[in-house]
Design a binder for this molecule. Structure first.
Ligand code: MIG
Length: 645
């Protein structure tokens, strides 16, 4: 049962697609302050909180506070309260009740999940009004299903989007891209896509391609496609200010860019230097910007990633000139501790400055709205612009699309990647722990930068990370400029990677089918053990194992130099210890605690009783997978597995 409560006069976000008549009275279970801007719920010691999408920390969110405020912060440390997304949905599981809450507001909202007081869950709407959806359910999974039922079906990527993607900031010309493809092929490692980061563009201008780097882009796209490899270019939110650049000129002429209070255009800066930001909250701006993707679609491109759409702001002209003025005052001064820190703060406060987000306005449903009040909708609507355009321009084709910033509702148009993580073991665990929350909010097509974006990866970290991310729908190796080369042929003997990526391709029929099933049934693919074994107290506390689809559980290794790990089995299962699709051993294990060997390159997979895991012979490309090679590994039951498409 879902009930809708209107707090104040909230703005429409388009995240919910079902009409629900608002209820009068109070939101059940919660106590509200007078204005209705702070809701509190008293928790028992054993109560758990799930969801909140892309956030730091564990699967159970209790014990920290999370602020929905889409932020370009590459330091995903456990003390952070905001990452790139705003996913305001959570499920509370206590011994006496299970319920969900979705707080639909385009502004900032804080979920204090027992941080200030361990026994109090509070939801704090800073200045803004909201719609609260309260969901009563029989179980956590049931609450999630009901919620997903009101936000619309999740995006479905093309099947090749389940293949491995290789990315780096940046492959700067066609020779480099060709070399990546060649070396993957030589190493016999399957690959379906290569990503183009910002340097493919001409001067970082959206929807342009550098002539020097790619003299005949269309021909090159065709060449790669004839080898079965798709190129996936990046698109950034900021549009470069440059006379003669069509996107800039049309944007100005059409009134598509965000404006300041006095009606003049906001000048901010990102990659290309000075830019204007399209007002994606306006329908005709979305249509205009969306149609621009056609330039690349016409060149044969079938996939995109949208970046910097929190939006990230290096600086605004207004703030920067203030800083320059103040800096003058520091010249020649003897800076003591206070003076120096002030000075440093002045500089450190230039990018993504909260003041800058209050400087400009959107036009939403005919009204002028200050940006900070609708901040969390920006990336959503950029990706929506693209998604709506694909529906118009190529309705019969699935286009790969994912975004860095997101809000619930965007899951109908694309997926997300989790942004600038680092090559750290703790971020491998974070990747594991982020998956259920993302799925609960509808973001089924998701994954992290495998191997880590920042910092230098090691061979063993890459092996362990791949051993996990072969299960995530988005399976992309991406690294920052200046870091150690991270392609799978560049980390010593590539044999181990060939086997592991081969295993991924062997699992694609299962993974894609479980994906389609999760879309159809409004379900998650990655579930905490607590979802399937709610009465098993031990299972409910597990933070480093996941159910993946209906048939299996996984237990990734995320500790350097470990040669095995403890695994909790909520019931008897059949363990398959994969070294590759052809090389594995099977063992039936009773429920309970086990210490299991898992050497580097070994993937522990557990088949549930009565279930089957279909696998196929790996191919070098998703499209070459031969379903005739399908066989099932089973643990009891009929030994069959049902495909829905
Ligand atoms: O400020 O395009 O998260 O994946 O490689 C950095 C360059 C801008 C941030 C993205 C990252 C990408 C990088 N971008």
């Amino acid at each position: 049962m879902i009930r809708k409560y209107v707090i104040g006069s909230p703005m429409e976000t388009d995240s919910v697609v079902v009409d629900i008549t608002p209820s009068d009275g109070r939101i059940p279970k919660f106590k509200a302050d007078e204005a209705g801007h702070m809701l509190t719920y008293v928790m028992d010691d054993a109560d758990r909180i799930y969801g909140l999408g892309e956030t730091v920390r564990g699967i159970n969110k209790r014990g920290w506070h999370y602020v929905s405020n889409c932020s370009d912060d590459p330091n995903h440390h456990e003390d952070k309260t905001s990452l790139y997304a705003a996913h305001n949905f959570m499920v509370v599981v206590s011994a006496k009740e299970v319920f969900g809450l979705y707080v639909d507001t385009p502004g900032k909202v804080e979920f204090d999940a027992g941080y200030t007081d361990h026994s109090i869950l509070s939801v704090i709407l800073e200045d803004f009004d909201a719609i609260a959806y309260f969901i009563d359910g029989a179980s956590a999974r049931d609450v999630v299903r009901q919620f997903r039922g009101i936000i619309g079906k999740s995006y479905v990527p093309p099947k090749w989007g389940f293949g491995l993607g290789q990315s780096r900031w940046s492959y700067v010309n066609e020779d480099e891209v060709r070399e990546v493809a060649d070396r993957y092929d030589e190493a016999g490692i399957p690959l379906d896509s290569i990503y183009l980061d910002i340097d493919y563009m001409d001067g970082y201008k959206d929807f342009t391609v550098s002539d020097e780097a790619f003299p005949d882009f269309k021909e090159f796209v065709d060449e790669m496609k004839s080898r079965g490899i798709r190129l996936v270019p990046i698109i950034d939110a900021g549009v470069k200010i440059e006379q003669g650049y069509d996107v800039y000129e049309e944007g100005v002429a059409g009134g598509h860019f965000v404006k300041k209070e006095d009606g003049s255009l906001l000048t901010a800066a990102v990659w290309p230097g000075r830019v204007h930001f399209p007002d994606f909250l306006r329908e005709d701006t979305r249509r205009w910007f969306g149609d621009k993707y056609k330039v690349l679609l016409d060149a044969g491109i079938e996939g995109f990633w949208n970046d910097m759409n929190e939006p990230a702001i290096f600086y605004t002209e207004d703030h920067l000139s203030e800083v320059f003025e103040k800096i003058d005052g520091y010249k020649g001064r003897n800076l003591d501790i206070n003076g120096f820190f002030e000075f440093q703060g002045l500089i450190d406060g230039i990018p993504n400055n909260p003041e800058d987000y209050r400087l400009f306005y959107h036009e939403k449903d005919g009204l002028k709205v200050r940006h900070d009040k609708v901040h969390n909708l920006y990336g959503f609507n950029m990706t929506r612009a693209a998604g709506e355009a694909f529906e118009r321009l190529c309705p019969d084709k699935r286009i790969l699309m994912f975004s860095r910033s997101s809000y619930i509702g965007m899951h109908r148009y694309g997926g997300v990647w989790t942004g600038d993580n680092a090559s750290w073991w703790s971020h491998l665990l974070l990747n594991v722990q982020q998956m259920p929350g993302l799925n609960m909010s509808g973001f089924l097509y998701s994954g992290a930068d495998t191997g880590g974006f920042g910092a230098d990866v090691t061979r063993d970290l890459m092996i362990r990370w791949i051993s996990f991310s072969i299960f995530t729908p988005l399976f992309r190796n991406h690294a920052a400029m200046g870091t150690r080369r991270q392609e799978l042929y560049a980390l010593g003997d590539s044999g181990a990677f060939k086997k592991l990526v081969g295993l991924r391709y062997a699992l694609i029929p299962y993974l894609y089918n479980e994906y389609l099933r999760a879309v159809r049934d409004d379900d998650v693919i990655f579930a905490p053990l607590a979802f399937d074994y709610p009465d098993d107290e031990r299972a409910c506390g597990v933070e480093d194992q996941l159910m993946v689809g209906r048939s299996i559980m996984i237990a990734p290794v995320y500790v350097q130099n470990a040669r095995g790990r403890h695994v909790y089995l909520p019931e008897g299962m059949k363990m398959v210890r994969f070294r590759s699709m052809e090389d594995y051993d099977e063992e039936e294990l009773p429920g309970g605690d086990h210490y299991l060997r898992a050497e580097l390159g070994e993937v522990l997979t557990f088949i549930r009783p009565g279930c089957s895991l279909p696998i196929v012979t790996p191919a070098m490309r998703v499209e070459e997978i031969d379903m005739k090679t399908l066989k099932c590994l089973s643990y009891g039951g009929s030994g069959d597995y049902e495909f829905i498409e």
